[in-house]
Structures are given as C-alpha cells and as structure tokens.
Design a protein around this ligand. Sequence first.
Ligand code: SF4
Ligand code: SF4
Length: 64
Amino acid sequence: MPVVDLKKCDGCGLCVSVCNNSAIVLGNHSISFLKNKECDWCTLCEAVCPTGAIRCPYEIVTAG
Ligand code: SF4
Ligand code: SF4
C-alpha cells in the first residue's frame, strides 16, 4: 500500500475521493489505507495530495 506521513496530512479527503478502489478512508483528520482492499497502485492518491503526504515508494516497471 502507499505510505502516508500523517504529520503532513491535513485531512482534506482528496485522496479518498480519487481512489477508485475505496482503499482509503478518512478518519479524524487523518487517513488510513484499508489493507483488505485492492490497491492497483494507480498513484492517483499520491498525485492529488496537496501536502505531499502520500508516497507510492515502489513503481511498477513493465519490461520491454
Ligand atoms: S494508489 Fe490508487 S488504488 Fe492505491 S490507494 Fe492510492 S488511489 Fe487508491
Ligand atoms: S490528500 Fe493528502 S492531505 Fe488530503 S487527506 Fe489525503 S493524505 Fe491527507
């Protein structure tokens, strides 16, 4: 799953709204990733986060 730095997260909820897999939930001014949900590593959450709190540290590289 992506990694969230909760110190940077301001709870805006943008990442929750872009996740197509409902893998992110917004709690009390912070988010968490649901490990039982499919994350297809689209990195949308990382792209949309205005504070840079989410990182997708592994990239899927397709050969060829
Ligand atoms: S990488 Fe994509 S699927 Fe995974 S948690 Fe972020 S928005 Fe959801
Ligand atoms: S988009 Fe970033 S700042 Fe907003 S709730 Fe998600 S992790 Fe937190």
